[in-house]
Design a protein around this ligand. Structure first.
Ligand code: 9MR
Length: 382
């Protein structure tokens, strides 16, 4: 049984007995996540148009209270920001940057080069034929220069390249057009163009399932190749899309030890913990993999039972304890969404489910997982 050091004894007892009102009180009593982490790393969330427009008032209040960094969940992806040849749409990205600037936040740009959410026209010439290598390189450079250049001095760090490495063997995804046509040169070109467009911005390579040693080795090798080219790369983003029991916490610990040993800073870029059953061997975050909905795969539509709520809190506690242990390497921890209502896990790998993956519930109330995360951070600094 864990303790609740910041609670008065009666509340702590009630919380330990798992009384619903006490659970809520425990969550409400938790100090801000960013305060608990302020000597360790930045903490943030992926945000969407509901937040940046101000429509989601309680979501904005959570962001202001708990986070000091934001990442656009979708607003800067190629298909959103550059939907047609020669046509950019900066509306939502501008709104996000303004939202972060007003609040003095560290703003992360996500993402410049990804095999997903990139329109088909990018890989075709004007006649609809496969584009030449030189023309694709130029198109990539133009995109990176335009997007990074627009936010020069405002976006502080970029996920330059996202998910270029295969899970199975840690090699480049040469089945995807970016890498089939350009190979590693495309990755180098993206980093070079981003640095030219904003020499002060931090630049990251971002991927999921780094807790898989084969994939981690492939990611580190690619980051080393970027560095060996003399290009700027500040760190490696480790997404951390977790389940309650995957990956094992030892593997998470090893990930940051290995990134440090390889000489890279780390960012935890897309943290969440799904509590729902997973079909087959679905781990990671391959967005193209989905399957049809089914009621037995969606067991908590009416609410999360107390035992699962506590298991989730315990999982967040152990994750934040490991992140705190590696605070000399980890510069930032970003959750992939603000409240459970926002989470992409409600729609992946099965559509239309009710997941509970984040630190705030569907009404933007703090969950026991928040108190557990805060407690882990405080305990690590005692
Ligand atoms: O959470 C994002 C979801 O809203 C989008 O539909 C999806 C496709 O663009 O991308 C999700 O975010 C992904 C992130 O950009 C990269 N890593 C995996 C994330 C979850 O799929």
């Amino acid at each position: 049984m864990h303790t609740f050091p910041f609670l008065p004894p009666l509340l702590a007892l009630a919380a330990a007995l798992n009384l619903p009102s006490a659970v809520a009180a425990e969550a409400a009593a938790a100090p801000a996540l960013k305060t608990a982490a302020d000597k360790l790393f930045l903490v943030g969330a992926a945000v969407g148009p509901g937040h940046t427009s101000g429509r989601d008032k309680s979501g904005v209040a959570v962001i202001e209270q708990h986070f000091n960094t934001i990442t656009p969940e979708n607003a800067m992806k190629w298909e959103r920001i550059h939907p047609k040849p020669g046509r950019y749409d900066f509306k939502l990205a501008d709104q996000l940057v303004e939202f972060g600037q007003k609040r003095g936040m560290f703003i992360v740009g996500h993402t410049l080069m990804w095999h997903s959410q990139t329109p088909a026209w990018v890989f075709e010439d004007e006649a609809g034929q496969p584009i030449s290598r030189e023309a694709l390189l130029e198109r990539l450079r133009e995109h990176v220069r335009t997007v990074v250049g627009r936010y020069r001095g405002k976006v502080h760090g970029w996920d330059v390249v996202n998910e270029a490495i295969r899970d199975e063997d840690g090699t480049l995804r040469t089945d995807k057009p970016w890498y089939a046509i350009l190979g590693e040169e495309g990755v180098f070109a993206a980093f070079a163009a981003a640095h030219e467009a904003d020499p002060d911005a931090e630049l990251y390579y971002n991927d999921y399932s780094l807790d898989n040693p084969v994939k981690r080795a492939g990611v580190i090798k690619l980051a080393q190749a970027i560095r060996a080219r003399g290009l700027r790369i500040d760190g490696i983003g480790s997404q951390e899309h977790c389940l309650l029991h995957w990956p094992q916490i030892e593997a998470v610990d090893q990930t940051y030890a290995d990134l440090k040993a390889a000489g890279f800073k780390a960012m935890v870029t897309e943290l969440d913990v799904s509590v729902l059953p997973r079909p087959g061997n679905y781990t990671g975050a391959e967005v193209s993999r989905r399957q049809a909905s089914s009621r037995d795969m969606d067991p908590y539509r009416k609410g999360l039972p107390a035992a699962q709520q506590q298991a989730l809190a315990q999982r967040y506690r152990e994750l934040f304890a490991v992140f705190a242990k590696h605070h000399d390497t980890i510069q930032r921890v970003t959750l992939w969404g603000v409240s459970d209502a926002d989470s992409w896990l409600n729609g992946w790998p099965i559509r239309g489910r009710t997941d509970y993956a984040l630190l705030f519930d569907r009404e933007d109330r703090a969950k026991p997982a928040l108190a557990a995360a805060v407690d882990a951070l405080q305990t690590a600094q005692r």
